[in-house]
Design a protein around this ligand. Structure first.
Ligand code: ADP
Ligand code: ZN
Ligand code: ZN
Length: 820
């Protein structure tokens, strides 16, 4: 670039803004700015704030009004590719939000410096000051006095305006960290490990120890030491304390100095050496797998999207691994998407066994610095296999050749909050198109939309009908609870048959999974005299009784009150509990099976970051016999010893008010059933219901996906739902119900003017008030064949006009394209 020429950049800001903003490049930075790299710009009222923005375009077209200068250049190389920015822009258009909204969720926090960002001293900073510049030294001194500071404040305090380049350098050299990241770092996953005391390192000392314990008849200690010696490879390795029986024996051994306790941070992923890697070519597929593989890799031009429909435990993962291997060999990258909850050590290690250190794992549980690192290594191409939950679609791929969306039917691929409300499976299909990559959607219970595309020939279809290893699918039984009550065959919430099946499993040292889709203890507290049910004061829902905290809680906003002693309406003391949640099931089981280890996995028991991983790991290592949970227990887990799966109340699952409720009920019940008998020895599934002849139950029992699909596709056609129609749901929110009603009516009228009969509503959604805000919904329905891009623009324009009306600026409008 010529020194004297004037350059401008259009930049994207990670904010809810309609498009790009133009800034002027100062002479000193000519030739240094690049598309996809970050620059620092001032933005907002009185230019009070600074942000790192990404350069979208460099040009020489002077804008009509005087543009501000960029403050600094942060990157010498792009951190975002052009294709990613195209992807963001598509997502903004499709999901009716701004590219800035997309950018805000797409970039890892470590790459999103803003003047409001807070930093602190890096916990691993050595304190070595000699290599620091004058200003860096000032920053360190400041942060020693005030442990967490915003960049604006640092900038003011040390009198340096260009604070971001300074801080970026310090972040890179691990002198400071972003506060967000620090908060995660200070709660690392630490676990207690036991090691053999050095006093007992030699064989002689060990023999003496055992002799001594035996002489004193310390039977439990002997047993424990034997177990320890085995797990620790004769004292050479630490053993997680929770892998050993808890109790007095271990305490005594620790007290007597035989075993020492150490705190270990749960290791990050281990490094794989070449010798530890298995060549994927050594995997031998069975006939069905091989046929599927051949079809999925066929080189024909079209289609480029496939459905792999394989029953639970049919060995879909092995097929994926083979496909990934081919792509990796050709030098391209593969993206493997999973629902967050299924993203466990199990699957990570399964992939790393074959692809070693070329596997990058990306999801929200990782700290900002880990995510930034995965980001950089994806960009450089050193990661070739990217495994992640939905946000992994935002990684900066260099050459993407294959996308696998496993459990493609899973609802958790849809992001609800915040905007963009995208569906990762659908977005992945667009991403694949950008890269001319192949997409494989895998499931035992495909979504109706996907299956429709597959049988209509839009997607290729590969099917695996049998479980790998010749194991049979579990036997599904259905208990008519009405009948069972009649015959006195019910104990609490369990049919006698389910209890017997659990007992038999426990007797055979097998494990049990019980699925109950409501959490809490009792679902309602109801007055027996006036039937009053306590409600949340902020939301239009009844409160749920939680026994552990002895409180009534709102599942929408978290509001909670102590359990009242009398009815707030009539002061009667005759209060009764109705309905049953996971907490109650757990407690009842503990009473019925006092010897068994019962655990619960639901939102309440997994609030802390890694708790669900710990529960799953405990289950895998058989420290738990019975696992009770919400839909969290239904997802793609592969446990060897589960022989019984119970569905406590199938009617709750089926009667969820949504056009997808039957499809989803079938999927959840079939998926949770699929956890049983995966490695032989026969699995049993027991479904408790008051509607044993319900179509969905009949389909689940017969493992009849086809039947379910035929029924559902008819319904969808008749009642005008996807895949025949596209839905856009608009939710308006405001504190004032009357104002909201008026605004919603106004919007409905405008929309009807533009789209006539395609507008439904406004109406109150099922829950009409959340966190003090009233909700009103409008739904638009477009025929699949109608072009919809223009319609979306018109809809947004109407929404923008609404908030410009007198008094309505406070109305929040949420667009949800393809609502789940
Ligand atoms: P799915 O993903 O279809 O539910 P998995 O891929 O988890 O099924 O396979 C079920 C089990 O069978 C796993 O333990 C897997 O390792 C094993 N398995 C599947 N295919 C093969 C194969 N070709 N060779 C060896 N083991 C296999
Ligand atoms: Zn009452
Ligand atoms: Zn509430």
């Amino acid at each position: 670039m010529e020194e004297t020429q004037v350059y401008y950049v259009d930049v994207l800001l990670p904010l809810h803004l309609p498009g790009t903003y133009t800034y002027r490049v100062p002479q000193e930075y000519n030739g240094q700015v690049q598309v996809g790299a970050r620059v620092v710009v001032q933005f907002g009222a009185k230019n009070a704030r600074m942000y790192s923005a990404v350069v979208r375009r460099i040009h020489q077209e002077a804008p009509q009004w005087k543009s501000k200068y960029i403050m600094a250049v942060l990157d010498t190389e792009p951190i975002v590719t052009e294709r990613q920015m195209e992807f963001w822009e598509w997502m903004g258009r499709y999901y009716m939000c701004s590219p800035g909204d997309v950018m805000a969720v797409a970039l890892p926090a470590g790459l999103k410096l803003a003047s409001e960002s807070a930093v602190a001293i890096h916990p691993d900073f050595s304190g070595e000051l000699s290599s620091l510049t004058k200003y860096e030294l000032m920053v360190v001194q400041l942060l020693t006095e005030h442990p967490v500071m915003r960049l604006v404040d640092i900038s003011r305090a040390i009198g340096v305006q260009k604070i971001m380049p300074l801080i970026r350098g310090m972040i890179e050299r691990e002198i400071v960290v972003m506060d967000e990241e620090l908060r995660q770092r200070f709660t690392p996953r630490k676990s207690a490990y036991v090691v053999l005391s050095p006093d007992y390192a030699g064989e002689a000392a060990q023999k003496e120890l055992f002799d001594d314990l035996e002489r004193k008849k310390r039977v439990k200690q002997v047993a424990l030491m034997m177990q320890f010696m085995q797990l620790s490879h004769f004292g050479h390795e630490p053993v997680a304390k929770r892998e050993l029986p808890q109790g007095s024996a271990i305490q005594t051994l620790i007290k007597n100095g035989v075993l020492n306790v150490e705190e270990h941070i749960e290791s990050r992923l281990k490094d794989y050496t070449d010798e530890e890697i298995t060549d994927p070519q050594t995997i031998e597929l069975n006939d069905e797998q091989q046929a599927a593989f051949n079809l999925l890799r066929s080189t024909a031009e079209a289609p480029n999207t496939f459905l792999l429909h394989g029953v639970t435990s049919s060995g879909k993962t092995e097929v994926y691994i083979k496909l990934i291997d081919e792509v990796v060999r050709s030098g391209r990258q593969a993206l493997f998407l999973l629902p967050e909850i299924a993203l466990t050590a199990q699957i990570i290690n399964r992939l790393r066994r074959y692809f070693g250190n070329r596997v990058g794992v990306y999801h929200s549980r990782f700290s900002a610095s880990e995510r930034t690192e995965v980001w950089q290594r994806t960009l450089s191409g050193s990661y070739q296999v990217l495994l992640g939950a939905r946000s992994a679609i935002f990684l900066p791929f260099r050459d993407l050749g294959l996308i696998i969306v496993d459990e493609e039917h899973d609802n958790s691929y849809k992001q609800f909050e915040p905007s963009p409300r995208y569906h990762a499976r659908d977005a992945a299909l667009y991403l694949a198109r950008l890269w001319n990559a192949r997409t494989i959607l895998g499931s035992a219970t495909p979504s109706v939309e996907t299956y429709c595309n597959a049988i209509s020939g839009k997607y290729g279809l590969a099917t695996i009908t049998k479980r790998y290893g010749g194991y049979s699918l579990p036997k599904v039984e259905c208990i008519d609870m009405k009948d069972a009550h009649h015959k006195g065959m019910v104990k609490g919430h369990f049919s006698v048959q389910l209890l017997e099946a659990i007992k038999e499993a426990l007797d055979n040292r097998r494990q049990v999974i019980l699925f109950q889709n409501r959490r809490g203890f009792s679902l309602r507290l109801e007055c027996d005299d006036c039937h009053e049910v306590p409600h949340c004061i902020h939301c239009d829902v009844s409160l749920v009784y939680h026994k552990a905290s002895n409180s009534l809680r709102c599942h929408y906003c978290g509001y909670s009150i102590p359990v009242p002693q009398e009815c707030p309406a009539c002061h009667s003391t005759h209060l009764k509990m109705t309905g049953v949640g996971t907490e109650r099931i757990e407690e009842d089981l503990q009473i019925l099976f006092p010897e068994a280890n019962v655990a619960r996995m639901d939102l309440d028991s997994t609030l802390q970051k890694n708790q669900y991983l710990e529960i799953l790991s405990d289950f895998e290592h058989r420290r738990i016999d019975i696992l009770v949970g919400t839909q969290m227990v239904t997802k793609g887990l592969d446990f060897e010893r589960v022989s019984v799966v119970g569905i406590i109340n199938a009617d709750n699952i089926i009667n969820y008010p949504s056009f997808r409720s039957f499809e989803r009920a079938f999927q959840q019940m079939t998926q949770v059933s699929g956890r049983a008998g995966r490695h032989g020895a026969g699995g049993r599934v027991i479904i408790q219901t008051y509607n044993p002849h319900h179509q969905v139950i009949v389909n689940v029992m017969a493992n009849d996906y086809q039947g379910l699909y035929e029924e559902q596709i008819q319904e969808r056609r008749i009642f005008r739902y996807p895949p025949f129609y596209r839905l856009i749901e608009i939710t308006l929110k405001h504190r004032d119900a009357d104002l909201l009603n008026n605004a919603a009516e106004w919007m409905a009228m405008q929309l009807r003017g533009a789209f006539a009969g395609r507008v439904m509503g406004p109406e109150y959604p099922l829950v009409s008030r959340i966190r003090g805000l009233y909700l009103k919904q409008l739904t638009l329905r477009f025929d699949r064949t109608e072009p919809i891009a223009d319609a979306k623009r018109v809809i947004r324009q109407i929404g923008d006009d609404l908030t410009k009306q007198e008094g309505w600026s406070g109305v929040t409008i949420i667009y949800d394209v393809d609502p789940a």
